[in-house]
Design a protein around this ligand. Structure first.
Ligand SMILES: [Zn+2]
Length: 517
């Protein structure tokens, strides 16, 4: 779901995430990196396997070309699960299996056609947003009117004016909400527009506009959210023209025929799991994950084929090195990420009883670029111990470390459990074009970047699982709630009904128990 707000972010209010880590003022011993903690020889072997004998791009090619698009709950996604199981077994992982769960509802894309009727006549390029509905059979036509995303509360109140209209989302003036809140309230607007009898809404995730030349971008419009009204991503060129017409006072009429299908009830999906069991504390688990599911306008190579191939590539580098970490590394190919992190939320539920034994999770899901940042998912207390490891990677790449939370991928459920949901953030300037679009194809991925990312994932996973001291234990709920509020996650989680902490974290304890000064 990452970068769902790309089109909004530029104009939306900025909000700062996380506290900058500063030097510790206590007398704890300096944290040890691989040179001092005994992990270095194993890491050298793993790096050699990862960089010199990588199959990550081969895995990505298979996933892109042999399976292609794999929307959660569809036959193609089930095929991807079988592929993941077979790959994990071939790599030599232990306890390879699937963990089933149910998605609230399935969805299948049909056709989406648009035609501008006035002031000139020509085809419009659109694709349906995920889990949105259909026009009447044969389509419907109407006048195009605008609704201002930046004044969305009023638009919800005045939705009755949208009866029989085609609604074009625009961004005018200054936003009255931050980007995450806009995402949530856009769902309220869609419901209001639907109730008012609007024909369709033109707008992408969070009501955003498409990026790139002649590209549409699909995606979900909330966590486990479906909408009866057709919501359409339109190419930036077509949408810009409609905006100009409306702004200049021209009468604009269009016709859309959109046909999608929902399943009647829940559909089955499954996470794919395999392990390298720990040699000393096998009960302690680090999850290394990415999402196997994708959208369906292309192959899902950058979202999240790169992450899935990195998970498999990292597992393979460690297995082939012959090195076994002290604790268990559990590799998970999550599904349902694109519908609202359903796979990773299901994982947390299914593994509730062993959560105290988890060390965190490590995720790569930021497109096709090289890793540029380790975001430790809210855990400022582990930044200092992680930093010497990150510095040990400097001959591969300089990668800064911070405690920021990533809420757009499978890190979030772990951060909400008080564990480090570690995001390997990437430098992916082209991701705004490939994200959920017809350009999300293998052509966008460089094999050498993928091999390096997979190797960095392997090194990070092994170091966390193998270092003599346990890396992290879950924080208590109170402390987690306070961190999530401090990192400005409360508003979004509350808006989507995901805040499970009640009033926790509001109490001012008078002192900070974190490493922040
Ligand atoms: Zn993704």
């Amino acid at each position: 779901m990452r970068r769902v707000l790309a089109g909004v972010a530029v104009a939306a209010m900025g909000f700062s995430l996380g506290g900058a880590w500063t030097a510790r003022g206590d007398n704890r011993p300096a944290p040890k990196g691989p040179d001092e903690d005994g992990t270095k020889p194993a890491l050298v072997k793993i790096a050699g396997e990862g960089m010199m004998d990588s199959h990550a791009f081969q895995y990505l090619t298979e996933l892109s070309d042999d399976i292609g698009a794999r929307v959660t709950g569809t036959p193609a996604e089930r095929k991807a699960e079988e592929w993941g199981v077979a790959k994990m077994k071939a790599i030599g992982l232990e306890n390879v299996h699937k963990e089933k769960y149910q998605l609230w509802r399935g969805w299948t894309r049909g056709t989406a056609q648009g035609e501008l009727l006035e002031p000139i006549r020509r085809p419009l390029h659109v694709d349906a947003m995920g889990w949105t509905g259909s026009t009447p059979a044969g389509g419907a036509e109407g006048e195009v009117v605008t609704a201002n995303l930046f004044d969305i509360d009023d638009e919800v109140k005045n939705a009755s004016r949208l009866s029989g209209k085609i609604v074009l989302m625009v961004m005018q003036g200054m936003p009255k909400k931050n980007a995450d809140s806009l995402f949530a309230i856009f769902g309220d607007f869609l419901k209001a527009a639907s109730k008012a009898g609007a024909i369709a809404v033109i707008g992408g995730q969070a009501g955003s506009k498409a990026s790139g030349m002649n590209l549409t971008h699909t995606g979900i419009l909330g966590f486990d959210a479906d909408f009866a009204i057709p919501v359409l991503s339109m190419t930036a060129e077509d949408q810009g023209q409609l905006e100009r017409y409306v702004e200049s006072g021209k009468k604009v009429r269009a016709r859309f025929n959109v046909q999608n299908t929902f399943s009647n009830g829940p559909v089955e999906s499954a996470n794919v799991v395999g392990e390298i069991r720990g040699r000393e504390n096998p009960e302690q688990v680090l999850v290394v994950g990415a999402h196997l599911d994708s959208w369906d306008l292309s192959e899902g190579a950058t979202d999240n084929g790169t992450g899935s191939a990195s998970v498999l590539g990292s597992a393979e580098a460690i297995v082939r090195s012959g090195m076994r970490p002290r604790r268990t590394i559990r590799f998970v190919l999550f599904t349902g990420e694109e519908q609202g992190l359903d796979g990773s939320f299901a994982y947390m539920k299914q593994h509730q009883s062993e959560m105290a034994n988890h060390l965190g999770d490590l995720v790569l899901d930021e497109g096709q670029g090289p890793v540029k940042e380790f975001m430790l998912g809210g855990r400022d207390d582990v930044v200092a111990s992680f930093r010497p490891f990150a510095e040990s990677l400097s001959s591969i790449r300089d990668i800064p470390v911070n405690d920021k939370v990533e809420n757009g991928t499978d890190t979030l459920p772990f951060s909400m459990a008080g564990l480090p949901g570690i995001n390997m953030n990437q430098d992916s300037p082209d991701y705004k074009y490939t994200h959920h679009s017809p350009a999300d194809a293998l052509e966008a991925v460089k094999p050498e970047v993928l091999a390096q990312n997979a190797t960095l994932m392997a090194l990070t996973a092994f170091w966390i699982a193998d270092r003599p001291e346990r890396f992290a234990s879950p924080w208590p709920a109170e402390k987690t709630a306070r961190m999530l509020r401090a990192q400005h996650q409360y508003e979004m989680l509350k808006a989507f009904g995901l805040w499970k902490f009640g009033d926790l974290g509001t109490r001012d304890t008078g002192k900070s128990d974190s490493a922040q000064n």
